[in-house]
Design a protein around this ligand. Structure first.
Ligand code: Q9C
Ligand code: ZN
Length: 344
């Protein structure tokens, strides 16, 4: 399967995050995509540079003030103090509930809180460059389907599905899958499905399309009663206004097996067929893998061929957009197993 890939993913290289009060190496690492690229090349899949400039689609999906903030965030951070070059900014205060949400503070860390849903999304010197190149890859993938091809993979990194209109979170900055879906609609498609199979609910994507009937958002994920992102992704979230009925969540319990997961994908597939979409965008997270260090499903490497096969049975032009997956060693194999299962 053709893959859109830019080397700029290497520029997003934060050194640490906080996990249960401890400073730990980032789960969402450069090595993740290194491993995917190695597996793609070893198994004969061609990688080409993104050809699109996602800027105009980014301007429709994201808030201009948010985009401007993340574009310049690192420069703003290092301008505060010479030693910040060696550190990473984290938010420490958020405009929750009784506080005002109409204030854009001058203070950098306060602004970072305004534009973040968590303190688990490290920013580094090249974050914007990497995120923009991942968005360019996703829009290039959309354009490739519009040119009449049946499938494509966007090796976007950092991931995107937790990022909303005006916030980053869950290692995500720009919502690559939403950008691909919007690009398909902007260029003549009438209806697009975004199917999110990352272990974590795609809160960003859901919120971006919640009131729309031109995008059916379906997500299969760890039950947010116990799993990140906790505050969205529950079964009773079905859309609003014109979007009523066009949002479907399938929360699954810790310990879910492949048989249970696949029967859920079959249910999702029925709803996708009923919608009669022009194209399918897959938020492809591989953190459903049994050895994922931050997730709790039990899918095995060989099972991912069958995931690809089931997705191919929907018979739609399909763009795979890379999301999570933190078992770095197996990640490349797992990604390429999905893609090859699809192509079988
Ligand atoms: N610090 C994606 O898979 N934090 N994001 C987990 C470890 C949030 C995952 C705890 C996980 C976000 C794209
Ligand atoms: Zn995830």
């Amino acid at each position: 399967m053709l893959c859109f890939l830019s080397d700029a993913y290497r520029d997003h290289n934060p050194q640490y995050e906080y996990f249960r009060g401890e400073k730990v190496p980032c789960f969402e690492s450069v090595e993740r995509l290194d491993n995917i690229v190695a597996a793609l090349q070893a198994r004969g899949h061609e990688c080409v540079l993104p050809q699109a400039d996602a800027s105009s689609v980014i301007a429709k999906i994201h808030d201009p003030a948010y985009v401007s903030f993340i574009t310049h965030a690192w420069q703003e951070w290092v301008a505060l103090d010479e030693k910040n070059h060696e550190l990473q900014p984290f938010p420490s205060v958020w405009p929750t509930r009784t506080l005002r949400d109409d204030i854009v503070p001058d203070n950098f860390i306060a602004k970072l809180g305004l534009y973040s849903m968590d303190n688990g999304t490290p920013l580094a010197a090249g974050t914007w460059r990497a995120a923009k190149s991942g968005a360019d890859a996703a829009v290039s993938a959309a354009n490739y389907l519009l040119a009449g091809h049946s499938s494509v993979f966007s090796a976007s990194r950092p991931p995107g599905h937790h990022a909303g209109r005006d916030f980053m979170g869950g290692y995500c900055f720009l919502n690559n899958a939403a950008l691909a879906a919007q690009a398909l609609l902007d260029q003549g498609m009438k209806k697009v499905v975004v199917l999110d199979i990352d272990y974590h609910h795609g809160n960003g994507t859901q919120s971006l399309f919640y009131d729309r009937d031109d995008v059916l958002f379906i997500s299969i994920h760890g039950d947010p009663k116990t799993e990140y992102p906790f505050y969205l992704g529950h079964a009773d979230e079905t859309g609003e206004g014109a979007g009523q009925g066009y949002n479907v969540n399938f929360p699954l319990p810790i310990g879910t097996t492949f048989a249970q997961w696949l029967s859920t994908l079959e249910k999702a597939s029925e709803q996708i067929r009923d919608f009669q979409a022009d194209a399918l965008v897959i938020s492809l997270g591989l953190d459903t893998f049994e050895d994922d260090p931050i997730s709790k499903f039990t899918i095995k490497s060989d099972d991912y061929f069958q995931v690809g096969q089931q997705l191919a049975s929907l018979n739609l032009p399909t763009a795979f957009i890379m999301e999570g997956g933190y078992a770095t060693e197996a990640l490349g194999t797992n990604v390429v197993n999905v893609l090859e299962g699809f192509e079988q």
